[in-house]
Design a protein around this ligand. Sequence first.
Ligand SMILES: Cc1ncc(COP(=O)(O)O)c(C=O)c1O
Length: 383
Amino acid sequence: MIYLDNAATSWPKPPQVIQAMADFMKRGCANPGRSAHEMSRQADDAIFHTRELLAELFHIADPMRIAFMPNATYGLNMAIHGVLSNGARVVTTMMEHNSVLRPLKTLENEGRIHLELIEPDKMGRISLQSIKRAVSGSTSLVCMSLSSNVTGAIMPFADAAKYCRSKDVLFLLDASQGAGVVPIDVESMCIDILVFPGHKSLLGPQGTGGIYVREGIPLRPIIQGGTGSLSDQLTQPSVYPDALESGTLNVPGIIGLGKGVSYILDTGIEKIYLKKQQLLELLFSALENDERITVFSPPPEQNSGILSLSIEGMDSAEAGYILNKSFGIYVRNGLHCAPCAHQALGTRNSGLVRISPGYFNDESDIDLTIKAIQKIAGGMYRE
Ligand SMILES: Cc1ncc(COP(=O)(O)O)c(C=O)c1O
């Protein structure tokens, strides 16, 4: 079996991730921050440790500005619904995932915000110039992804964020594709709000993710409830992370995420990025000039780790099915929760086969995948 669907969720996880989660569950998994007993304090410490590791990875000065979420979607909704007020002007791109587009479209359809969607080029790239053109004095928020989950194209997010800071416009980065592979420094890059999943390239388990909100940004939490702090009050605490972290946290998951982030810090993000580039390079050089195949991803140096393609005359669902059934290769097919991106790329009808290697894949996985795709493109598996 060859797993090449790491853009959806990474697999396998480092053994330390699994071990730490199991150890915590075995030793007793109390609620953090709720009680004075030892088990609760241990859970609290473990959670704080993951916050510190994430702060180190993303260059966040105060780890308490990071709140844990069940995934990136919750973080994005928390940010979008939390910072926008009626009449706000928002700039985003056609390359966004539905976890950005759906909350924004909901607000637009309710007549509460004005939304502008920036178009990409034919490789799904968004230019800095197009962002600058779209931002005006009345823009409240620019919201964009670090890189596209359809093509892997890395966006000019750091330059866009700096431009937004210079214009006093809030900048929200969806780092779902790229966190753990592409360096992120929220301070020097001027990122106001950062949202990340824990289960993709951060190597943590599903059910984890988070949001960082720069101090001084007013954000109304969309979820209120018990935080274990200020329990005599009927209003949501304003202190972070409690303001955004209501209800029992996924403590085993957050502990696992901490081990995933430790693994990245120990290995070095540059090494991880390089490995993905090398694997992508092999895919590109074998497939991009094959006339039966169309590649929809930019070259490795502009890419966070995805090669998406279509095979002449074949629906992506059929290709994905054959790869799985006949070769034991696991890729994503269809529309990748980003309908505007597929519209811009002209792939709305047949979708795309998305190959997303992870740090634990090797060259032989890629060789076998190339051969399988070439066989499928050669017509061997057509009815
Ligand atoms: C660019 C992008 N944003 C947001 C998400 C949503 O992430 P999650 O499934 O963790 O909510 C994804 C997931 O694939 C994504 O690729």
